[in-house]
Design a protein around this ligand. Structure first.
Ligand code: GLY
Ligand code: MN
Ligand code: MN
Length: 464
């Protein structure tokens, strides 16, 4: 992550302060460093909430925002000796000018100052269940304050979950965020193009292709364009591996005649992209591969058409399921004589044998981003039904209504494991097509389409 102009972060802090109320105070820690082994750490990745409000990517930092809008950053003090080993530290003296916070102090003074900052506030807000031992730290500060009540200290009476406020803010991406997400998606699209090309090129040259060869292309393209790291563990799945939903890029051989499923996206300046493409390793779809691919693509088109302001979050999924279910009957994956009509397939959830995940999720700083999937004004409307497969009772609440600035993925798929009654020509084919969409006033903007998606476009690209 790179600190850019401080203005968007200052605007977010001001909006949050208004939500806290004049007597509220919010405490937001940076991400902890994670030891890998001995004195080696995992690559540091800042906490999304902290970065959303600061644009600051150093560890050992805390942000405190008071409801009267004053923000205080606690950060690592300058220390030449440590900076020789670990790199530059901004330090408290430079932080206000650089980050736009009102005040900055050394993190060594956190315990000394926090009780005083909390004194006289009615509610302490912090992210619940996100940071190990945060509650204990906060208890300690409240305890110190309580020890001074005889001298006039006033303890807050309430603690509230800051995630509730920040998740709702983060669900609506401002222009600054949308710009970064468009760039992240473009970089990822270029990486997919590169992997497709390499696969066809190596196979034509008679070379052995392995999943990691394609993964290397992705990483190269991400980093070449300034992405800090992949937004999640890349999936590069050759042949039957595509039917393992959480497969990783490994050493499987990419064989002529098989498909490759790549689900990979870079993270850029704190924002994820999330793209899946499935393509023939040699650049040419076989007839059964093509039939299934066209079906998944048609289901994605139906989902895209259902993604617009005013639609429910679940509408794209329902549109997908309808198209896939009909296709499963038409292609003989499901036997009409056994499962009945398309309506029966949907009601009995028979499609689940080949399509077992949802069609999307919020996308933002986190790949599976925060944000309520239930419409806030309708949380009290609950209906119950029995799941046709598990028999469990499911509580249904009205799904979120899509609004401009929300960003979600649209990612239908089909995964055909070998099984009795399933036509052999489809065995071991796994296909997913995933794009990233910004909800706009008129529908949705697909920001990940710089990588081809139709059969003709993919084959043309891989012929080059
Ligand atoms: N790559 C994770 C997902 O598609 O949800
Ligand atoms: Mn994905
Ligand atoms: Mn996804």
């Amino acid at each position: 992550m790179n600190a850019s102009s401080s203005a968007p972060y200052a605007r977010r802090r001001a909006r949050l302060a208004a939500l806290l109320g004049p007597k509220g105070i919010a405490i937001i820690p940076s991400a902890p460093e994670q030891q890998r082994n001995r004195d080696s750490d995992f690559l540091y990745r800042q906490d999304s909430y902290f970065y959303y409000l600061t644009g600051f990517d150093e560890p050992k930092a805390w942000l405190v925002i008071a409801g009267d809008s004053k923000s205080t950053l606690f950060c690592q003090p300058k220390d030449l000796e440590r900076e020789i080993w670990d790199g530059f530290r901004l330090g408290p003296d430079a932080a206000p000018a650089q980050l736009g916070v009102d005040a900055a102090l050394s993190v060594a003074e956190l315990d000394q100052h926090l009780p005083g900052l909390v004194d006289g506030r009615d509610t302490v807000w912090y992210p619940f269940a996100t940071h190990k031992a945060l509650e204990t730290r906060i208890d300690g500060w409240l305890g110190s304050l309580r020890a001074r009540v005889r001298y006039g200290a006033l303890c807050p009476q309430k603690q509230s979950d800051l995630c509730a406020l920040l998740d709702e803010m983060r669900l609506f991406k401002d222009n600054h965020e949308q710009d970064i997400m468009r760039r992240a998606a473009q970089i990822s699209a270029g990486a997919h193009v590169r992997a497709m090309r390499l696969s066809a090129h190596m196979l034509r040259a008679g070379e052995t292709v392995r999943e990691y060869h394609l993964d290397a292309e992705l990483l190269h393209e991400f980093r070449r364009h300034g992405s800090q790291y992949p937004a999640y563990g890349s999936i590069v799945a050759a042949g039957a591996n595509a039917c393992v939903l959480h497969y990783r890029a490994d050493a499987g051989e990419v064989r002529d005649g098989e498909l490759v499923l790549i689900d990979a996206g870079c993270e850029l300046d704190g924002y994820a992209s999330d793209i899946t493409r499935t393509f023939p390793a040699n650049g040419k779809f076989s007839a059964p591969q093509r039939a299934l691919y066209e079906l998944v693509l048609a289901s994605q088109e139906a989902a895209i058409a259902a993604t617009h302001v005013g639609a429910r979050f679940t509408d794209p999924h329902e549109a997908t399921v309808k198209v896939l279910s009909q296709g499963m009957l038409d292609l003989g994956l499901l036997d009409k004589n056994k499962v009945g009509s398309v309506q029966d397939v949907i009601e009995k959830r028979a499609y689940f044998q080949f399509y077992m995940h949802r069609t999307g999720h919020w996308l933002g700083m986190d790949v599976h981003d925060c944000g309520n999937y239930i419409e806030p004004s309708e949380v009290g409307t609950v209906s119950e039904r029995k799941d046709p497969l598990s028999g469990e009772t499911i509580k249904d609440r009205p799904a979120r209504i899509l609004q401009s600035g929300m960003v979600l993925t649209i990612e239908p798929g089909i995964y055909v494991r070998a099984a009795e009654g399933v036509p052999e020509q489809f065995h071991n084919i796994g296909i997913r097509i995933e794009d990233d969409a910004i909800v706009t006033a008129s529908g949705c903007e697909l920001i990940s389409r710089d990588v081809p998606v139709t059969v003709q476009e993919i084959e043309a690209l891989m012929r080059e």
